[in-house]
Each structure stands twice: as C-alpha cells, then as structure tokens.
Design a binder for this molecule. Structure first.
Ligand SMILES: Nc1ncnc2c1ncn2[C@@H]1O[C@H](COP(=O)(O)OP(=O)(O)OP(=O)(O)O)[C@@H](O)[C@H]1O
Ligand SMILES: [Mg+2]
Length: 382
C-alpha cells in the first residue's frame, strides 16, 4: 500500500499542507524543527490513532486551533480510499472513509499500516516495560484490527477494577472486599487471557525475524545473538488455550487478593507482563538482558531490529506496510546506513526524513521534498 496524497489542517505546525506522494522512496529534507517529522507523524497517526512521540492528542493540534484533520488517499491493490481523522483533544475523535463517518474512530485502525523507525525507538530497549507492551499491542492491532477492541476493553476493565480496589483499601483492612469485585475478577481474567494469548502468539511469530534483523543491522552479529521472550506476570507453563489461561489468571488473582487489597491496584494480568530482550555474545558466552547491560550501539541496533522484524512480519502477512524512517540515518555509520537502506529499498513506499540530504543513502534517493518555513516543496530532477 502507499499514500498518494496527504492533506493536513491545523496538524502540529501546519495550518494546511497538501502533499502529492508516489510509491517508492521519498525523502523530506530540511533543517531542524521545520516540520519533517510532523508530516510523517500524521501518516503514522492515521494508521494507529496514536503518535510515536506523544501519549496524548493535544500536542497534535496546532497551537491556537481546536481540532486537527489528517486526510490521506491510500492506494491498496490498485484501489484508492480516502481516510480521514479529525483529532478533537478531550472529545472523541471522528473518522471517515471516503467521506462516510465510521461508527467509532478506532474502526480506522489498520486500514493504513505503518512501521516507523525513529530515535524514540531507543525507549523500546531502555524504557519501562510499558513501552515494550505498547510495542507488542500496536503490532497486534495492526495485524488484527479487531484486537483494538480487546485492548480497549482490557484497559477499561482494569481502570474499573483498580478504582474498586482503591475504594476497598480506603474503606479499611477489616471490611470485606465488595461483592462486585468477583465480577471484575472474571472480566479481567477473560479479556486479560485473550490479550495474553495474542501476545504469546505474536512473540513466537516475531522471534525468528528478530534474530535475522539483528544480524543485518549489527556489525559482526549472528542470527542467534538477539532474542525476545515473553514473561507473563504469573505462571502459564503448559497453559495454551484462552480458557485455560483465564482459569490460571483467575486462580492467581485469588491468590494475590490480599496483596491487591493492601495496595489498591491489580497485580495480575497482561498489564504487568514484560517482553524480555536479550543478547548473546558468541557461542558459550551465555545471554544477558539488553536493558542495563547492552552498549549504546547494541541497544540502538536492537531497537532497529525490533522495527525491522515487525516490518518483515507484517509483510509476511501479505501486505506491504508503509515504512517511515524518521531521522534514523544520522545515528548510523555509512556501512549500516547502506545495509538498512538496501533492506527496505524494495518496500512499496518508504518515507525518509533527514536534516542533511547527504545522510540519505543512495538506494533511497527517490523523490525529494524540501521542508522549511511551513512549506513542503517537491524538488524536481536532481
Ligand atoms: N501543536 C503544535 N502547534 C504549533 N507548532 C507545533 C506544534 N507541535 C509542534 N510544533 C512545532 O513543530 C516544530 C517541530 O517540527 P518537527 O518535529 O516536524 O521538526 P523536524 O523537521 O522533524 O526537526 P528535526 O530535524 O529536529 O527532527 C517545532 O518548531 C515545534 O514547535
Ligand atoms: Mg524530526
């Protein structure tokens, strides 16, 4: 798939922008702070309804405006659809496809699929477990958009259950837990088990691609060096089906009941799980967690490998996602720049941003735009 046209209204620094795009490689070049990332962020937002840079929607709306609109003509298998999202911070966002409103904004998710590489990816490796859970869930939803509902349900159930636990804690140690808690235990276990099962499957599917991707981006590495592993918040050994996982989770919730009442939060479930990243250093050397041990270069290579693996996995599903390489070449030496460029050059559409044109490898030269003073201008025939 590829984006053929992008329109922005009051999105980030842009009052309006209209950009005609083609398949293949496109580079946006401009000085720092000129709005390059803002452009590609708009496409990523359309894909996932969240940004790789901020957790809330408010910064996406141009200062002084009260809503932003991102519209894109997306071509998939020769057919064009116009996708649109109206970002209304503090109120619900509204989505349209070919001008017809969708019942819920999240129904838009997955209609355009993106994989973004950016300097922020370092948080995948160095950040909190929640950063890695978000990585997994975003990928889950891109592969199976119906899981956006499961994810939202789980978050809602967790919030309700946490507020019940908090109230119970405030009521005092001696008071019996409210009867409604049992109902929320069931909901949490049922939906939690579904999310857990999906993540376990995803990690198994992603694993082989991670080793391969790391070998490509890290100099001198082999495909056995990098590995990922899913670590649930409770023992799931031998449990596979959703019902089975839900039973195990419910049993664990009951076992941890008094801890939960003491602390006033839910301690069991996929919101406490971790995606472990580890690196080996040659045969017989054993494996070490990346976080806390890996060098800066290794961490950055691992983050790139996770993105590259996601891209390969989505591609293996049969649909080429749009690749966005936001400011990543400045971080890589010439050899690895060329390696990464060769790997992604075959993608149906690759959007690259860089402050300096010379940082963009030849394989990704393609169409070029300059970004500056709020304008996005195509540079012809160089
Ligand atoms: N909501 C907003 N309203 C107005 N301006 C904004 C808003 N959000 C961001 N900006 C402005 O957009 C600019 C940043 O744009 P962007 O991040 O796209 O830059 P860039 O070209 O990618 O720069 P770099 O090369 O440093 O990555 C900043 O000047 C910032 O102040
Ligand atoms: Mg940028």
């Amino acid at each position: 798939m590829y984006v053929a046209h992008l329109s922005l209204h009051d999105f980030r620094s842009y009052a309006t922008a209209e950009v005609e795009l083609s398949p293949g490689a496109t580079a946006f070049i401009g000085r720092n702070g000129q709005g390059k990332t803002n452009l590609v962020e708009a496409i990523d937002y359309l894909s996932r309804l969240s940004s790789h840079r901020v957790a809330s929607d408010a910064p996406l709306v141009r200062a002084g405006a009260d809503q932003a609109v991102v519209r894109a003509a997306v071509v998939r298998d020769g057919r064009t659809a116009v996708l649109e999202i109206e970002v209304n911070p503090g109120r619900s966002n509204r989505a349209r496809v070919n001008r017809s409103p969708l019942p819920r904004a999240r129904d838009l998710v997955g209609l355009v699929r993106t994989v973004v590489f950016s300097p922020e990816d370092l948080t995948l490796v160095k950040g909190d477990p929640s950063d890695r859970r978000r990585f997994l869930d975003d990928l889950l939803v891109l592969r199976a958009p119906r899981l956006a509902g499961v994810r939202a349900d789980y978050e809602r159930i967790l919030r309700q259950r946490n507020s019940l636990l908090k109230t119970a804690r405030q009521a005092g140690r001696r008071s019996a837990p409210p009867e409604t808690l049992a109902v929320w235990d069931e909901h949490l276990a049922r939906v939690g088990a579904e999310l857990l099962a999906e993540r376990l499957d995803l990690v198994e599917a992603l694993r082989p691609y991670v080793g391969k991707a790391y070998e490509t981006v890290a100099r001198g590495a082999t495909r056995d060096d990098a590995d990922i592993d899913y670590k649930p918040s409770f023992d799931v050994e031998g449990r596979t089906g959703r019902g089975d996982l839900a039973d195990a989770m419910l049993a664990e919730v009951e076992r941890r009941r008094s801890d939960e009442l003491d602390r006033g939060v839910s301690l069991v479930g996929p919101h406490r799980d971790e995606l472990l990243l580890s690196l080996g250093h040659g045969p017989g050397e054993g494996r070490l967690p990346v976080k806390g041990y890996a060098s800066h270069g290794e961490s950055w290579s691992f983050a790139l490998a996770l993105r590259l693996a996601s891209y390969d996995l989505l591609r293996a599903d049969g649909d080429d996602p749009i690749l966005i390489l936001d400011d990543v070449f400045a971080e890589l030496d010439t050899e690895r720049r060329a390696q990464l460029a060769d790997l992604v050059a075959g993608a149906e559409q690759v959007l690259v941003t860089a402050a300096v044109a010379a940082d963009v490898p030849a394989a990704l030269a393609g169409t070029r735009f300059t970004v500056g003073n709020g304008e996005v201008v195509r540079v012809d025939g160089d």
